[in-house]
Design a protein around this ligand. Structure first.
Ligand code: NAP
Length: 463
């Protein structure tokens, strides 16, 4: 890698900005600064930390259009989705600005009259974050806001595809009054920065959003210094449509959750599992609606499906489609591509595959693109078995109006997030995260601040 990251617009392949890569010395220096300001930041009272976070949120909102344009330029998603992401990003800051004031301890009845017991919470120390390119703003604030609210300094390394959003957000945090050493960014390759973060004596916690293999590596590398970890990893969400479901609603929700961000989200419905009696009707309606989605540059008005982030992602999508077709899948929509390997842009039209079988790669590998495989089921037990037959356990969706069916599915699906007649269950107020190889810990809601806190218990004797 050169000394600069060439950030490209994935819709055109053109370089939009060059970002300097930090040297090893600079990164170590920043980690030390983050550590050195810990005690001071931890002592800032909760109401003041809350005020600073609210300021940050307000200033981000004042710059909403500019930030959304940056997201679309470096990530490719439609501008409307980028504007939505800015709101989603600030919703975490708003939520944790409030939670900062609600970090409670407790007293415990002692086993002797001569003692008193008090349990308190205190911030864990310097937090180092590594974020992905698919939600460059929200994945950063979902980590930074609870860390800062808890009293932890924060340092972040964004993905090489999307560093500009992070730089802008950190600059605005400083403008909002958050001290410069309390929130910092570094730029460089994941491998290099990951090594420096995990081996640093100053870092007390690693928080990561990205792929499962890199998450596993970070967990291993954090073991030597026994760092706390939060891992938001890959997903391969099933979406089950039961015989009694409201079909139009299920189609509309499936479209929403499958094709957001051109299918490049961890909670995308990647395996559509439909009861055999309604499969034909559902597939027809879904494919017709998918075909109408407009593919193009995210900055163009009306675009609904932007580009694939890079050639590696594009190749994986093509391989999954070809493998499925070779093994007997039928193309109901899409399977069309606009790509220029030399210029470096890659678009895939929303693709719907029917007659899908479990031996196809698309049923086992995480799909990160606008491809929807449809498989059928006979019994609810079969549907659950197909849904759970993956090492991933992030999000799952099902559609039914029968409360017994719904209760059975919600109790038997091994996923951290379950949407019952709901294709968009995210939000800053809920605990987002996965079971199995989809991660460790939760972000958002009441649960999201706990991983940034240590529990200390004080026993006072001799009363
Ligand atoms: P990725 O390849 O794992 O990259 C994510 C981040 O990890 C990037 O900043 C990357 O830096 C860094 N990285 C790469 N190699 C590293 C290493 N050896 N040590 C430390 N850091 C390293 O994932 P991605 O393709 O960007 O993102 C998509 C993945 O994220 C999918 O699997 C998706 O499901 C998951 N995701 C999960 C959630 C969730 O909440 N569970 C949310 C969004 C995305 P470079 O840019 O330098 O490579």
């Amino acid at each position: 890698m050169s000394d600069y990251i060439k950030v490209k617009n994935p819709a055109t392949g053109q370089v939009i900005k060059e970002i300097r890569i930090n040297s090893e010395e600079e990164i170590k220096e920043k980690l030390k600064k983050g550590h050195d300001c810990f005690k001071k930041w931890a002592k800032v009272n909760a109401h003041e930390r809350s005020r600073l976070l609210r300021n940050w949120s307000r200033i981000i909102q004042e710059n909403k259009t500019e930030i959304a344009e940056i997201i679309t330029l470096e990530n490719g998603k439609p501008l409307s989705e980028s504007l939505g992401e800015v709101d989603y990003a600030t919703s975490y800051i708003d939520w944790y600005a409030e939670e900062a004031k609600r970090i409670y301890g407790r007293t415990v009845p002692a086993s002797s009259e001569t003692k008193r017991i008090i349990v308190t919470k205190q911030p864990i120390g310097l937090v180092a974050a590594i974020t992905p390119w698919n939600f460059p703003a929200a994945m950063m604030t979902r980590k930074a806001a609870p860390a800062l609210a808890a009293g932890c300094p924060f340092i972040v390394k964004p993905a090489v595809e999307t560093p500009i959003t992070t730089i802008k957000l950190v600059e605005l945090a400083h403008e909002a009054g958050i001290p410069v050493d309390v929130i910092q960014y570094v730029n460089g390759s994941g491998t290099k920065v990951g090594e420096l973060f995990t081996s640093s004596e100053y870092v007390r916690k690693i928080t990561f959003t990205g792929s499962t293999p890199i998450g596993k590596l970070l967990i291993k590398n954090s073991a030597d210094t026994v760092k706390h970890v939060t891992m938001e990893l890959g997903g391969h969400a099933p979406l089950i449509v039961c015989e009694d479901a409201d079909l139009d609603f299920a189609v509309q929700q499936a479209l929403l959750t499958k094709f957001r961000n051109a299918g490049q989200t961890c909670v995308c419905a990647n395996r559509i599992i439909v009861h055999e009696k309604i499969a034909k009707t559902f597939s027809k309606e879904f494919a017709e609606a998918a075909q109408k989605l407009i593919v193009g540059n995210g900055l163009d008005k009306g675009t609904q499906i932007g580009p694939i982030i890079n050639e590696k992602g594009y190749n994986k999508i093509i391989n999954q489609i070809n493998d499925a077709i070779e093994k007997g899948a039928e193309v109901l929509a899409g399977n069309q591509f606009i790509a220029d390997r030399e210029k470096g842009y890659f678009f895939v039209s929303p693709t719907v595959l029917a007659n899908v079988k479990l031996n196809m790669n698309i049923m086992h590998e995480e799909t990160f693109g606008p491809v929807a495989p449809i498989i059928t089921f006979k019994s609810l037990e079969d549907a659950v078995e197909i849904a759970n037959s993956t090492p991933y356990g992030l999000a799952a969706y099902f559609f039914t109006n029968n409360y017994k069916t719904g209760t059975y599915l919600s109790e038997n699906l091994d996923f951290g997030i379950v949407g019952w007649n709901d294709g968009a269950p995210s939000g800053s107020h809920i605990p987002f995260g996965g079971m199995k190889e989809s991660g460790i810990g939760r972000e958002g809601g009441l649960e999201g601040i706990e991983p940034y806190l240590e529990t200390k218990y004080l026993s006072i004797g001799n009363f």
